[in-house]
Design a protein around this ligand. Structure first.
Ligand SMILES: N[C@@H](CCC(=O)N[C@@H](CS)C(=O)NCC(=O)O)C(=O)O
Length: 222
């Protein structure tokens, strides 16, 4: 039975799972759910994911939610190429980077991006202004990590890159949203301010299978 993935367009955690499957070149049955229609909250979906969140992976009788758990499962089941490094030290460093991103990076960068992405700049301009320094600090850390290697932690792509990439793309998308140019944020354009991050994005986007992971509604609306 084919692996099944339940996901939503634009969800960073769901994008991670699609990227991991692309990197490992594993086929799967795609279930793209509409957030606006509440398709992720149906009784059938809540039975798979009690918090009503995507992504969800179903592999026969086995069901798993939480993107880190799903990447861990996929890496054990399809070890090539490894997403958690080749050595104990690399595994430790990759999970550290993943957890730093989850614990600090996501909140700091999203505080800047989300009001722009959801058209709430007018109501939340103060929040966006207050978020600039924190977002810059996290993006600077990523930029610095790429000074000595092409990927964030290891010489080849790892779970750390897969975790961080969707948020960087959401941030870049936010910079292009209406009103973003009325803020003196100094955070973009990405290639000018964070050139290593922009080159790292391009490396990920060159991966075979990348195009199929791109959020469909992002192709329709800028
Ligand atoms: N920690 C979870 C986060 C999952 C998550 O927050 N998913 C969001 C989309 S980005 C969701 O399903 N939201 C729908 C809702 O809460 O109604 C993971 O890494 O998988």
């Amino acid at each position: 039975m084919a692996l099944e993935v339940f996901w939503g367009s634009g969800s960073g955690p769901a994008w991670r799972v699609l990227l991991a499957l692309a990197v490992k070149q594993v086929d799967y049955e795609s279930h793209l759910l509409s957030f606006s229609k509440g398709e992720h909250k149906t009784p059938e979906m809540l039975a798979l994911s009690p918090r009503g969140k995507v992504p969800v992976l179903r592999d026969g009788a086995y069901v798993l939610c939480e993107s880190l758990a799903i990447l861990t499962y996929l890496d054990r089941k399809y070890p090539d190429p490894p997403l958690f490094g080749e050595t104990p030290e690399q595994a430790g460093d990759i999970v550290r980077a993943v957890m730093e991103h989850e614990c600090y990076g996501v909140s700091a960068i999203s505080a800047f991006s989300r009001p722009l992405l959801f058209g709430k700049l007018d109501a939340q301009r103060d929040q966006v202004l207050l978020a600039i320094d924190g977002a810059k600090n996290e993006l600077d850390r990523l930029e610095a990590a790429l000074a000595s290697r092409p990927f964030l932690v290891t010489p080849t792509l790892s779970a750390a890159d897969i975790f961080v990439y969707p948020l960087v793309k959401s941030f870049e998308r936010a910079l292009g949203k209406p009103g973003a140019d009325t803020i003196d944020h100094g955070l973009g354009p990405l290639p000018a301010v964070f050139p290593r991050l922009a080159a790292w994005c391009a490396r990920i986007e060159a991966l075979p299978g990348y195009d199929a992971t791109y959020p469909p509604h992002w192709r329709e609306t800028a």
